[in-house]
Structures are given as structure tokens and as C-alpha cells.
Design a protein around this ligand. Sequence first.
Ligand SMILES: [Cu+2]
Length: 281
Amino acid sequence: MSLRLHTCLALAVALVIRAPAHAQPVRAHDMPLVTVEVGDFAFTKLPDTLAAGWTRLRLVNRGTVLHHMQLNKLADGHGVPDMLRAFRPGSPLPTWMVGAGGPSAAWAGQTIEMLVNLEEGNYGVICWIPAADHQLHVQKGMIGHVTVVARRTPAPTPAPRASLTITAMDYNWTISAPVTRGRHTIRFENRGPQPHELVIVRLAKGKSMVDAREWAERGQTGASPGVMLSGVAALSPGRSAFVENDFGAGRYALLCFVPDQKDRIGHPHVHYGMMKEFEVR
Ligand SMILES: [Cu+2]
């Protein structure tokens, strides 16, 4: 190797090392990673405490059916038993319970990740997904508890920079721009008066968002409508969280299965038309 090439390489390495950190957008791998494992029907690996601030939450599904991880922030004086007693389909969430997101549904063997700015406090952790027998997984014991404590390091990670924003309303979706091929950092924002979740499905050939809804409502039995991408469990109004996903050419569906709070029955929001298809070319 010539001396000139050596010098060039040394210079290049020095430039990379000296590049200021703030010049790079904040990505998932810059954030502290927390891995949670689930099985049928339990949170088998769940830390007791987490540090406040932006966190990359990873859900690994070691079970045989779909599971998600819903974080519900509980006000002081309220515990997990209160949370379970308070939830009645078709009625509003009590003011002391806030939907704080979490990784959305993962297939058996799949890993789903999302980015959330955790606030200090107590959280109930649950899976609301219905089983084939129509019992919710939480009723089969899929419950946990996490305490979020103040971060010890002085410099908190800033919020990630989004290339797309997906907004949920009662009962609709908007996407800030046509979705292009490649990797996107998506900001999911709830602007509706009710809690909403973000479920993204890459539709199999010939399948539609209606097939995805019907498949979920059948208790996930029969031919699969497609593949899950990373999404966000229910967020209360005004909250936001992020996901990173790779998009290839194809058709995709956005769906929200949060039970309605004013129909007295608690039909999932997809029932009221809260689903949207889009194409990536
Ligand atoms: Cu589950």
C-alpha cells in the first residue's frame, strides 16, 4: 500500500471519528434496548424496573399465537388489580389509567420493536389479544408490572427524527406522505378523543384489509392475511411513539383493534372503519 493511500485512509478514519454526534439523526440503535419475552400466556421475561426516557422496546414472541405488550401507566395509589377491575368494554378508561404504547402484535417467533419516551411511574403490562376461545390473553394470566424510575445518566437521548407521520383519529388514519420503498422512521400520533393503536400488516397477495380484520376477529385462525410489521400498542389521546420499518413494493394495511369506549359493547375500532390500505411501488 502506498504512503499516499495510508495517509488518505488515516484522514478518512480521523474524519469519521471526529464527526459530531449531533450531526447524525437519532436512530433506534442509539437508544437503550429493553427486551421482553412472551409465551402462551405470560410475560416470561419482563424487567421489574426500567429507566425513564427514550427506550427501544423489543418484544420477542416465543409462544404459538399472536401477542403484544400494552403498557398502561397507573396513577399513584392504583395497582394492576384496579386496572383489571376498571376495564369495561364500551366505557371510557378511568382518568388514572393512560395508554402508554408498547410493541404491537408479534407472530409466533417474531420480534417487534418500538421507540417510546418512558415517563417515571407504575405501569400495568398486559396482552389484550383475544384467543381462539374468545377469552382475552389477559384473562389467561398475561399480566405484568413495571416501575419506571429516573434515569441516572445526565444526558437523555433526544426524540428520533421521523420520515413519515401516521396519525390516528376516531375512526380514521392519515399518512403524511406517500410511503416509498426503503426504511422509514414513523412517528405514530393519536389525535383522536379515544385511545388508538397502530397495527401495520404487509398484505399477502390477493388479501385486503377486510381479510386482515376478519382474520383477527376469528381469533387468528385460517389463512394468514399477511405479515406483521412493527407497530405501537394503544396510546391515549395526545401521545406519540415511533417505529422503524422496511417497506418493499406491495400493499399494506393500517388497523386499530382497540375496543370502542362509547358503543357499550366495545367493538374494535376496525368495526367502525378504522383501517386503511396503501401501496408501496
Ligand atoms: Cu397475548
